[in-house]
Write a protein that binds this ligand. Structure first.
Ligand code: SPD
Length: 283
């Protein structure tokens, strides 16, 4: 039986970023509109409130770049917090590290998790069955406020673009709570939008993270499905930290398991800040 192929577009600043496919899910949750499509070339793809989040083909560009610069440069990444990440890709990458003993995945929208488990099996893979992964359906800000000081080794923020319920995850007060609940040498990482398509949001994130943490560095790479393609992830710590250092033992095994990320790739990415961003940050 053949199903109707339709275009689903993210419309951003008068440009359309579209993929053709069959609609598998078109659902309105308590928080957002969730669309999942089945495509010929990208596998299954997830869109939230009209914005692409992930596709089977491209998710590794995003998840590997959020996770590995933080975990590979940390000797003992035991306790991890993921804010958002309801498709399971970030958790899957963290679980490759044997030293990870627990992951709290805090996602506000249970429907995203349930639908991802069913329709984005390639993304979460076996992560959902791993006993180290604990799911909490909860607002990210509420969660961090409840955690005691110096608790996590690593915090990864895998959220949607800033709007309505996600705005708080880009606020100074959220970053301050994250710093409080991180161990002294802990690492904070957040997706930090596009320097091209979301330039203002990108600059705000970098400037805010800088105000809260003493060390920060931004990695640039691409996520072809996102507006303009170029994307970024910002890493921070309150301790002297070199995100390019190879602290985790057996990092070669992790490198081999990745489709996109490796130590050379990230070392280029950390040097790719476009001049137009550098100039504004220097002002
Ligand atoms: N413009 C899209 C930004 C979305 C970032 N989060 C993606 C979720 C993938 N786990």
């Amino acid at each position: 039986m053949s199903f109707k192929q339709v275009w689903s577009d993210e419309i951003h600043q008068d440009s359309r970023y579209g993929i053709k496919g069959e609609i598998l899910v078109n659902h309105k949750s308590k928080y957002q509109e969730i669309i999942i499509i089945k495509t010929k070339n990208n596998g299954n793809a997830l869109m939230l409130d009209g914005c692409w989040m992930t596709s089977d083909k491209e998710e590794k560009y995003y998840h590997e770049c959020l996770v590995h610069p933080a975990l590979s440069s940390y000797e003992d990444p035991a306790k991890i917090l993921i804010i958002g990440g309801g498709d399971g890709g970030t958790a899957r990458e963290c679980l490759k590290y044997k030293k990870v003993s627990s992951i709290d995945l805090v996602e506000i929208d249970k429907d995203v998790i349930d639908l991802s488990k069913k329709y984005l099996k390639n993304t979460g893979q076996e992560a959902w069955k791993d006993i180290r992964l604990k799911i909490h359906i909860c607002d990210g800000m509420e969660w961090v406020k409840e955690i005691h000081n110096n608790y996590y080794d690593i915090i990864l923020v895998d959220c949607s673009d800033p709007k309505e319920h996600s705005n708080v995850l880009f606020s100074l007060s959220f970053y301050r709570e994250c710093k409080r609940i991180l161990k002294q040498n802990g690492i904070f990482a957040t997706q930090s939008e596009s320097p091209e398509a979301f330039k203002d949001a990108h600059l705000n994130i970098i400037n805010s993270v800088k105000k809260v943490f003493s060390i920060q560095s931004t990695l640039y790479s691409c996520v072809p499905i996102y507006p303009s393609g170029i994307w970024s992830w910002t890493f921070a710590s309150d301790n002297k930290h070199d995100f390019l250092s190879k602290k985790y033992k057996n990092i070669e095994t992790i490198e081999k398991s990745c489709e996109i990320w490796n130590l050379n790739y990230q070392s280029g990415g950390f040097k790719m800040m476009p001049n137009k961003i550098l100039k504004v940050l220097d002002e």
